[in-house]
Write a protein that binds this ligand. Structure first.
Ligand code: SF4
Length: 263
């Protein structure tokens, strides 16, 4: 008999039952291959990385979990943190009823910091909708524990020219290989790049992404101050030309949710 994650004794009780969640809301996906799709978003607090372009607060303004309901209303309902798995599933269930949604996006911060918690909620969510994991793509061991219940992975490959941080290429390679080990999980790559990005960095992407059918999304960095994109068209084409030699599906997609002014 299959053991339900909530009753699996190998998992530690507290990390399984609660997690700090900043907000849960229904909106439009603004990045990647599912841009424009309606999703419920679950935004976790905190991240182990510090990307220079990061536009996400690491905690909510009140420390509580904010739930905008009804979607688009600006009316916020507050829930105490850390949030229980049962409460999160109930909130998602009620938001899914407000419209037809493509999937439930788990984002952050880094959602995989709470992989045991995710393991306890993903099976329930999968009964309601597809699970979509937005991740830095650096923690293969954490991914393993939720992979059987993950439908879509939006995996970042962090380019030091954009993050201002040390390379994560080895971690990305392990993560990508783990993602590929589960045939029904779809995975695409997101590369935030800017005018300092080099072809050497893009060559590292070739080494990590071993399947040429994996979609590669080039996402021009958006300025944190005025929300504009400052990379030159010639630089966009140079990056795109290089990657299309090695991958069948390369797309340049800026962040679109900022244009719509939605959450
Ligand atoms: S991985 Fe994502 S959440 Fe973490 S610092 Fe980078 S952009 Fe921000």
């Amino acid at each position: 008999m299959a053991i339900h994650p909530l009753t699996d004794p190998s998992l530690t009780p507290e990390s399984l039952k609660t997690a700090p969640v900043q907000e849960v809301f229904s909106s439009i996906q603004g990045e990647g291959i599912y841009v424009g799709k309606r999703q419920v978003f679950v935004r976790f607090a905190h991240c182990h990385l510090k990307c220079a372009y990061c536009d996400t607060p690491m905690t909510s303004p009140t420390g509580q979990c904010h739930v905008e309901t009804p979607p688009g209303s600006g009316i916020i309902e507050y829930h105490h943190n850390p949030l229980s798995a049962e409460t999160l599933v109930e909130i998602i269930q009620s938001l899914l009823k407000t419209a037809k949604h493509h999937s439930v996006s788990f984002t952050g911060g880094e959602p995989l910091l709470y992989h045991q918690f995710l393991r306890s909620v993903f099976p329930d969510i999968q009964r309601l909708s597809k699970t979509y994991l937005e991740t830095s793509g650096t923690q293969a061991d954490f991914l393993e524990s939720v992979l059987p219940w993950t439908d879509i992975i939006a995996m970042d490959i962090k380019l030091p020219s954009a993050t201002g941080e040390a390379p994560q290429f080895e971690n990305h390679a392990r993560f990508y290989a783990t993602a590929q080990s589960h045939p029904t999980t779809e995975c695409f790559i997101k590369l935030v790049f800017n005018q300092r990005t080099t072809l050497e960095e893009l060559a590292e992407v070739r080494g990590i992404v071993t399947h040429r059918q994996t979609p590669i999304i080039l996402q021009p960095e958006t300025s944190l101050s005025d929300r504009t994109v400052s990379i030159l068209p010639s630089q966009v084409f140079a990056a795109e030309n290089y990657l299309t030699q090695y991958f069948d599906d390369v797309r340049v997609i800026p962040q679109t949710h900022k244009m719509l002014n939605v959450l």
